[in-house]
Design a protein around this ligand. Structure first.
Ligand code: MRU
Length: 361
């Protein structure tokens, strides 16, 4: 069955198309998020290594978008790889998988998508190269469509938690640009807006890469959703003054205990919400949930000091040689998380039980 058939039903939710597969040219296409909100430039390639670079350099970013792009990169590798026999062909694919797995360490969707593609390679091993090639592309397209479908479903489910008139604080970009389309936490916000709820969004700027100031602002403006931009140090005051009713954020990796790795600063947003008795929700597809229980096993990416010393990779905001610490994510403990919204339902504490149940669905 053609996975793209399903896409027709989702068209109304795809005002922003952050990435896709060009069926005529067998090329992968993506919007370069580094240039947003000032320029909208699509890039395209037939080279899986180029997709890896785009993930590493954050042209493509956001856990679900990274996972879907890696699956398409495997499809490119499957089309490109030539070999005398099936074993050599699979060896070429294994190298592509290994390279792609090394591009970013925290987003669980990357490993989830690569594992899923790999299962398909194994399943078709006996049928030979052509069958594997076709099956890998089909799996990548399926992962792509599923991500959009899951986001819309998550939006529908999560919107129940948003009241007409609510002001929602969010941190980092979790919209269409962080996924195959529609978004996770911003997808929930978007869905509530489509349902006619009069909401207001407060987005942090999200230092150092400014996903809030650049990407959320661009997406919210496109939708016409009213919003206010704040700096990352302000959520405490905003909650204390009663200016926000709840917080919704996304996730790069959630484990069964409910510990949630998300953009650096998320933990402080959770603390601010908790201290002011406001709900703090996480919205993420089940492809972000790693079925393990040790929070210490979550790998936190440390990025270049230049991201902190310069804004937008260009403008210095300090002296060139200052010592910098630049972890890209933090881990919010489950006691501060009111609920986790997924496409399979809402998980409430204790997460060990509720998340397990959702994964089994
Ligand atoms: O470093 P990034 O931009 O790839 O970070 C990922 C994110 O966008 C966030 O952490 C987000 O809140 C979760 S992914 C939808």
């Amino acid at each position: 069955m053609n996975p793209l058939k399903e896409l027709e039903k989702l068209e109304e939710y795809l005002k922003i198309k952050p990435l896709y597969w060009d069926l005529d040219k067998n090329e992968f296409v993506w919007l370069d998020t580094r240039l947003i909100p000032f320029q909208e430039v699509y890039r395209r390639t037939r080279d899986y290594r180029r997709v890896g670079e785009a993930i590493r350099d954050m042209e493509i970013r956001g856990a679900p978008a990274i996972g879907v792009s890696a699956a398409f990169a495997m499809a490119l590798a499957a089309l490109e790889t030539t070999a005398a026999n099936t074993d050599d062909y699979i060896e070429g694919l294994r190298r592509a998988r290994e390279y792609l797995a090394s591009t970013r360490p925290t987003a669980f969707n990357l490993f989830w998508a690569l594992d899923r593609v790999w299962r398909v390679v194994e399943e078709h091993r006996e049928e030979g190269v052509d069958a594997i090639r076709e099956a890998v592309l089909n799996e990548a397209l399926t992962i792509y469509v599923e991500d959009i479908k899951n986001n819309v479903e998550m939006g529908r489910i999560g919107s129940r938690l948003i009241e007409d008139g609510d002001t929602i604080l969010t941190h980092c970009n979790t919209g269409a640009l962080a996924t195959a389309g529609f978004g996770t936490a911003l997808g929930v916000i978007r869905y509530a807006w489509y349902e006619g709820k009069k909401i207001h969004v407060i987005t942090t700027e999200t230092r150092p890469v400014l996903q809030g100031a650049r990407l959320n602002v661009w997406e919210l403006k496109k939708e016409g959703i009213p919003f206010t931009l704040i700096t990352d140090g302000m959520p405490g005051l905003v909650f204390k003054k009663g200016m926000a009713d709840l917080a919704i954020v996304g996730a790069d990796r959630i484990i069964l205990t409910g510990h949630t790795a998300n953009k650096i600063g998320t933990y402080m947003v959770a603390l601010a919400a908790w201290d002011n008795e406001k709900p703090f929700y996480v919205a993420a597809p089940t492809s972000t949930i790693q079925p393990v229980t040790d929070p210490e096993s979550i790998v936190i990416e440390e990025r270049s000091p230049e991201e902190v010393r310069k804004v937008m990779g260009k403008y210095p905001i300090t002296l060139p040689d200052v010592n910098v610490y630049n972890p890209s994510f933090d881990v919010t403990p489950p006691r501060y998380i009111t609920a986790i919204i997924t496409e399979k339902g809402i998980a409430y504490p204790p997460y060990m039980r509720s998340l397990k149940r959702l994964l089994e669905k």
